[in-house]
Design a binder for this molecule. Structure first.
Ligand code: GLP
Length: 253
């Protein structure tokens, strides 16, 4: 099959909107096929359009989230849920307040947890006891991070506290008033947690992601580029806009 590298299927779309629509359709199909799906959700600029499309699909009665359970990838640490830069706030703003996911079915790492080890252990246990993530949505950092698993992360890690790379802090400063306001730590699902998801959909748009997308798909599998481990996952769909696919389009056609 074309556009297929091992377990990864690559879809290149013309625009950010097309990428977002494709991703929303995949998430909605997952929920329609299995109404009590366990969804792994991502934040960042990339999936905003996908959430918009999902809200629209919900409003058109094309998808129902009433039995869905969600687990978010990560959260800054420390951060209050009421802080408009928290991922808790983001998820509410972009998705949860617009659709019918039940509050008790929403899981986001607690950015104020006193005992992070306990929080992390329980987060993983909760995912496991729910039957595991059916579909995990991912973005990718310019340094190849997924969730907040920065380069040189141990591939065998579960949910844990991480120190953010200076590249990530710089990239995320655009969402804050000043770079000094960007938290330097976070709680993130680990690589093991992510790799145990049954299916993964990774989104990337814009030229800024083109180089890392090439490395992720065609580079060596290495903790240096955390996303490269996805080459070993049996069921990944990578959805890109043309700009993010700049260096790979020739190789996959
Ligand atoms: C963030 C998040 C990731 C996200 C990535 C890319 O810091 N922790 O989950 O995928 O960086 O972000 P963006 O989509 O804004 O480029």
């Amino acid at each position: 099959m074309k556009n297929q590298i091992r377990g990864m299927r690559i879809i290149v779309t013309d625009t950010y909107k097309d990428m977002s629509k494709k991703a929303a359709t995949i998430v909605a199909s997952q929920v329609n096929l299995k109404p009590n799906s366990i969804l792994g959700l991502a934040t960042g600029g990339t999936p905003v359009g996908m959430y918009k499309e999902l809200v629209e699909m919900y409003n058109n009665d094309e998808v129902d989230f009433s039995e869905v359970k969600t687990f978010n990838l990560d959260e800054y640490y420390p951060i209050e849920r009421t802080n408009d830069q928290s991922y808790f706030y983001y998820m509410n703003d972009n998705l949860f307040k617009h659709v019918n996911v039940l509050e008790e079915n929403i899981n986001i790492p607690n950015g104020k947890a006193e005992d992070i080890e306990k929080e992390s252990y329980e987060y993983d246990k909760n995912i496991y006891n729910s039957g595991g993530i059916d579909l995990q949505v991912l973005g990718i950092g310019t340094n190849g991070h997924i969730g907040f698993n920065e380069p040189d992360i141990a591939f065998e890690s579960g949910t844990h506290k991480v120190k953010l790379d200076s590249e990530t802090i710089e990239a995320n400063a655009r969402f804050f008033e000043s770079i000094d306001d960007v938290p330097t730590e976070a709680i993130s699902m680990g690589m093991k947690t992510i790799m145990q998801s049954k299916k993964i959909v990774l989104l990337a748009n814009g030229e800024g992601k083109a180089k890392i997308i090439e490395k992720m798909l065609f580079g060596e599998i290495s903790p240096n580029v955390p996303a490269s481990i996805l080459q070993l996952h049996p069921h990944v769909i990578v959805i890109l806009d043309r700009e993010a696919a700049k260096y790979i389009e020739e190789k996959i056609n």
